[in-house]
Design a protein around this ligand. Structure first.
Ligand code: T3D
Length: 267
């Protein structure tokens, strides 16, 4: 953990907070490195059963730190810039998106404010977006002559459809929380003052749930998005076999029959 990326783990919930409020939590090298290490650590930690990603101050995350970025552009020979981009994206942004989207536990983006560029992509890579009523999303890449990264070209069309995704990417503008909700960009909008408590409550609920089943659901939904129905049916069968063999399933099915509340454990 560093000062710019905080991580608190309590009762099975990892709360990751981007902590550069003066820069709208923009991702300089220290922050993006800290975020990658933190996200990969909570993904691998079996005691963590739900994750929340949020930002401090009035921003969620403004994407790449453009001040540091301009310094990089000015310090490198022009011919070295494409290679530097490719390395930076492959070393940091891509692994973070992949870890958020594929870790075998639910990940909530508690979007407290503006999410721009790769900051928006981070929120889209999470499993659930709980947004403050002052939050907003801006696919800012094209405004500075860039394409898009951190998975936005994969996640965004799946959230809002191809036509809207292209509109948001080609003509970047800030989409407020209300519009984001109607587009399906976020799951729920809550008053700003209630966001932290609501995110903690939701994460606590998920951390007390059937973690193996949640992980298998994430895997199956991702698999089905890019495979045929026949293959998806076969994969569902594999995931059902995995979850059907858990104590969580045995206990919860029995609890239903006994008219009791089930309790779930990590394995
Ligand atoms: O190397 C690579 O791999 C490149 C990868 C790129 C991936 C990307 O993320 S590209 C997209 C980068 N992000 C942006 O283009 C967004 C830039 N920011 C904005 O458009 C606006 O700041 C916001 C829409 C996010 C918020 O607007 P507003 O009016 O609410 O706030 P503001 O006044 O613009 O910003 C507040 C402060 O945050 C300000 O600080 P200052 O100058 O007063 O001391 C501003 O400079 C700073 N800030 C905001 N965004 C960034 C930033 N500082 C550095 N980098 C930023 N991205």
């Amino acid at each position: 953990m560093t000062d710019v990326v905080l991580c608190d783990i309590t009762d099975g919930v990892a709360m990751i907070t981007l902590n550069r409020p003066a820069a709208m939590n923009a991702l300089d090298l220290e922050t993006v490195t800290g975020l990658r290490i933190t996200v990969e650590a909570v993904a691998a930690d079996d005691t963590v059963r739900a994750v929340v990603l949020t930002g401090s101050g009035r921003g969620f995350c403004a994407g790449q730190d453009l001040k540091e970025h301009v310094a990089m552009l000015e310090s490198l020979p022009a011919g070295d810039v494409p290679g530097a981009f490719a390395k930076h994206v492959a070393t940091h942004y891509a692994p973070i998106a992949l870890a958020l989207a594929t870790m075998p536990k639910p990940v909530i983006a508690a979007v407290n404010g503006i999410a721009a560029g790769a900051g928006a992509s981070l929120a889209f890579a999470c499993d659930y977006r709980l947004a403050s009523d002052v939050a907003g999303f801006n696919l800012a890449f094209a405004a500075i002559g860039l394409s898009a990264d951190t998975g936005a070209t994969w996640t965004l069309p799946r959230l809002v459809g191809r036509a809207k995704a292209l509109e948001l990417l080609l003509m970047p503008a800030t989409v407020g929380a209300g519009e984001a909700l109607s587009l399906g960009l976020v799951n729920r909008v809550v008053p700003a003052a209630a966001l932290a408590a609501q995110a903690a409550a939701l994460a606590g609920q998920l951390a007390g749930g059937p973690t193996v089943a949640y992980g298998a659901i994430k895997q199956a939904v991702a698999y089905s998005a890019v495979n045929s129905l026949a293959d998806a049916l076969a994969f569902e069968g594999e995931m059902m076999a995995r979850t059907g063999g858990t104590e969580d399933h045995r206990g919860a099915a029995g609890a239903f029959v006994r008219k009791e509340q089930p309790t779930f454990h990590a394995h």
